[in-house]
Write a protein that binds this ligand. Sequence first.
Ligand SMILES: [Zn+2]
Ligand SMILES: [Zn+2]
Length: 145
Amino acid sequence: MSNHRLQDAIDALKSTRVRMTPQRHAILEFLYETSMHPTADDIYKALEGRFPNMSVATVYNNLRVFKEVGIVKELTYGDSSSRFDCVTSDHYHVICQDCGKIVDFHYPGLDEVETLAEHVTGFKVHSHRMEIYGTCTECTKKVQH
Ligand SMILES: [Zn+2]
Ligand SMILES: [Zn+2]
């Protein structure tokens, strides 16, 4: 299912002459196969068994390369635990305030907000960020039982 997007990402990397290493490939593959928006630490824990010499710093460095190429997006939350999302179409995130899970939510981009913001403030607007907060279905169940 995600193979084709993974291949696109690999092609994008190749076109920038970034060398593909087994670690790099594994990190990318993990990102494209999960919907969990992992932290660098999550990725490290998932792959350390396969790559005993890999460190969290290696994972970070690779994520930074992916980010520069534009195949991965970093979601920062004001603390050290950035989460990473493989770039697909633009989408919004619904975040569970109990367990921190992030779920993709596809909704037409709110472009008119940007246009209006430009109008009102005179800024040249580049992007916007909207997040929706709540309690996920699993956490809701936990509370009930
Ligand atoms: Zn939850
Ligand atoms: Zn996402």
